[in-house]
Write a protein that binds this ligand. Structure first.
Ligand code: SAH
Ligand code: SF4
Length: 374
């Protein structure tokens, strides 16, 4: 009779609770979960035999039935200014990209939550690719694992290199709720990545019921991709707005802020697209609209891509929009040139998302690699 091959348990993909449950299911003590989480996520170890505070027999037992799947990096590059990029293969035809941006004494990692995105914002290359699938917990937290290990092993838990994580890569994180929450919990877990809750940011196009759900399980930082000051225009740019209007969204954000134990200033992201949403009338409407929410505004000059049909506004138009909002008392930043480059890459990720044609697949992969090499 042919041997039945059972799939090994991937420890990278377990949150604390599932790790404890798994240990109990194999007649081990649940507190070992902390030890294993520390080895994988705090120390960056992917080899069970190196987990020296577990008995030899337990290591042997675990090695027989478990594995630690690490992401397959197909390309990585550090640019002159210290920015690091990785291209990770998640399926035969799916790639995701992540970026680490060092700035003064902080380093921000931009992480993906899905392959492609179903929200289909009119200005976003990821959206234009359509939706392929959700990333699993191991694929999301694996991005942080890879970035943290890039600074060399053993890791030093007292001087962590990654200080901030933003869920601003491919995908709408609130449409992949559980794995994203599990990943963020590991990011802020002292036995894992130990980041401050205020430094882990979820960016959303506005999935209202999920914002309420989020407030019940965490109080990490929330950023709203608004991009328009009225429903008519937002329906066009961010189609999910037809389901959840701007007012419903801002009400949900206010509820989220209230549920946090500290005073919060929410970041509002606003992509500036030439002659679409960047006029002074738009700035005035935006200023009026946002009076109801403690917030700061981050302006993102549109990053053009082929076939988008939109243009980036001139420097003067961008400055004029910013100055108006500042005069109205809003802290308003423009994504810096360097961040612009890299973060726009975050918003413009074009991993191949389904099997259209092999030719297209290759061409898109090549584009990603070419972009990463730039
Ligand atoms: N889906 C979530 C998070 C990922 S989008 C969201 O929309 O918030 C990541 C960021 O990239 C968002 O702020 C998005 O508005 C921005 N982005 C998307 N396309 C862009 C483009 N063409 N130019 C500049 N920024 C873009
Ligand atoms: Fe999806 Fe965000 Fe892109 Fe909109 S901007 S299509 S929500 S990834």
């Amino acid at each position: 009779m042919a041997a039945v091959e059972t799939k090994k348990m991937n420890l990278m993909g377990l949150n604390r609770k599932s790790m404890e449950d798994f240990l109990v299911s194999i007649d081990e003590k649940p507190f070992r979960a902390t030890q294993i989480i520390k080895w994988i996520h705090q120390r960056g170890v992917s080899d069970i035999s190196q987990m020296t505070d577990l008995s030899k027999s337990l290591r042997k037992k675990l090695s027989e039935i478990c594995e630690i799947n690490v992401p397959e990096v197909v390309y990585e590059k550090t640019s002159n200014d210290g920015t690091k990029k990785w291209v990770i293969k998640v399926d035969e035809s799916d790639l995701i990209e992540m970026v680490l941006i060092p700035e003064n004494n902080r380093s921000t990692l931009c992480v993906s939550s899905q392959v492609g995105c179903a929200v289909d914002c009119s200005f976003c290359a990821t959206g234009k690719q359509g939706f392929s699938r959700n990333l699993t917990l191991d694929e999301i937290i694996g991005q942080v694992w890879v970035a943290a290990n890039s600074f060399g092993l053993p890791r030093n838990p007292n001087s962590r290199h990654i200080t901030n994580v933003v869920m601003m890569g491919m995908g709408e994180p609130l449409l992949n709720f559980e794995p994203v929450v599990d990943a963020m919990n590991l990011m802020v877990d002292d036995n894992a990545y130990g980041l401050s809750k205020r430094k882990v940011t979820l960016s959303t196009s506005g999935i209202v019921p999920k914002i309420d759900e989020l407030s019940k399980v965490t109080d990490i930082a929330l950023t709203i991709s608004l991009h328009a000051p009225n429903d008519e225009l937002r329906n066009e740019l961010v189609p999910i707005n037809k389901k959840y209007s701007i007012q419903e969204l801002l009400d949900a954000v206010n509820r989220y802020v209230e549920s946090c134990n500290d005073k919060r200033v929410t970041t509002i992201e606003y992509i500036l697209i030439d002659k679409v949403n960047d006029g002074l009338d738009h700035a005035a409407e935006l200023s009026q609209l946002l009076r109801q929410l403690p917030c700061k505004i981050n302006l993102i000059p549109f990053n053009p891509f082929e076939g988008s049909g939109y243009l980036k506004p001139s420097g003067n138009r961008i400055k004029r929009f910013q100055s108006y909002l500042q005069e109205q008392g809003y802290v308003t930043t423009i994504r810096s040139t360097r961040g612009d480059d890299i973060m726009a890459a975050c918003g413009q990720l074009v991993g191949q998302v389904n099997d259209r044609t092999r030719r297209k697949e290759r061409s898109i992969k090549n584009q990603i690699i070419a972009k990463a090499i730039q």
